[in-house]
Design a protein around this ligand. Sequence first.
Ligand code: GDP
Ligand code: MG
Length: 441
Amino acid sequence: SLTQRLSGTIERLRGRGRLTEENIRESLREVRIALLEADVALPVVQALIERIKVRAVGQEVLKSLTPGQALIKVVRDELTTVMGSTASDLNLATTPPAVILMAGLQGAGKTTTVGKLAKHLKERRKKKVMVVSADVYRPAAIEQLKTLAEQVGVQFFPSSAEQKPEAIVRAAIADAKKSYVDVLLVDTAGRTSIDDAMMAEIKALHAAVDPVETLFVVDSMTGQDAAVTARHFSEALPLTGVVLTKTDGDARGGAALSVRYVTGRPIKFIGVGEKPDGLDVFHPDRIASRILDMGDVLSLVEQVEQQVDQDKARKLAEKVAKGKRFDLNDMREQLEQMQNMGGLSGLMDKLPGVGQIPDHVKNQVTGKEVPRLIAIINSMTLKERRNPALLNGSRRKRIAAGAGVTPADVNKLMKQYQQMEKMMGKLGRGGMKGMLRGMRG
Ligand code: GDP
Ligand code: MG
């Protein structure tokens, strides 16, 4: 996976001040390979890598844990920018019938998708739906749509191979108006490859019917070619959306990224099977993780995002360095940071001073202990936190009751506090330099 790929380069990048072209070169190469392996079209990969580079170079690394993780975040953010982050359904905001025009190569899945969309509109959006075929080249195509219409229970407007596509669709619109149809789905002919005659025909059809949605249907299995086809169709027609078919046979998902990038239009649905229910609303955020096998990358990034607040850490370091006392508020802050860092091993050592704390103390404050320790400190008054010497037996009893723990637990916390305080005192005398070095890790 990409995370595994990057972990090596991440290690090497640790401890550099900012992302430079130099120090992300290797990681970028890994990102590039991951995109290509996902079957993203080469020109798209190149464009994306360039954008990621521009966004990454010069970025401060101090705020994140390592430059490699900072880069992962840039990759994630860039893919999200390209893909969009929210799902989009069909736009039907027009005087009925809302005409939806399908465009795409032969075999892409247009007719099948018309059946699926008819079912979706009828069942999910409670619309009265009519379908019509303008595929006058293959009588079997008209039959195919008729069968599908019967199967999903929507109106079928009959057409024949003798008619012109525009005449068919005009007649269908008139009929749809008369019978108060909400949505008219228009299936069209496609060729096996891009040709001028096909483009001229679909353009004329588009001009004649003025659809509210013009959907480009593309086979995800065509990989690199999907981007080329997408470019031709988006140059010829004002597309409003994309349906990516046959994603059930393509686990890589690169076509989604390519087509989205090339057309600049949202992928609205994906085909996930041959049957009329084989249609899913497209969730751009999900496919982004599929493309780069980013499930684990994303969780990493989330951890990065809720990581140690470096500014707080710096303030604490400065405070201790100035010889101010480490109090229970400071301890709570550190505990919260430890909690945020969760299972990320080795991160604890990044906190100022914590690296020098003996392992047995660290072990006490990690894991499930931490929330309890925080709860205990929360039950103290501000005065008590600032001046732990106030915490006599009766105060400890009150605090224990407030936090729902035993007085012995409070005593244990105080012991840990004293150990940390001693450590911090030593560090403070060691001066600022060592402290900040500890922070950068
Ligand atoms: P058209 O020429 O663009 O109208 O393509 P069709 O709708 O006739 O579909 C071509 C082939 O692709 C048919 O065999 C469909 O069953 C199949 N197909 C379409 N969409 C999907 C899908 O999402 N998944 C799978 N597995 N097959 C699909
Ligand atoms: Mg067809």
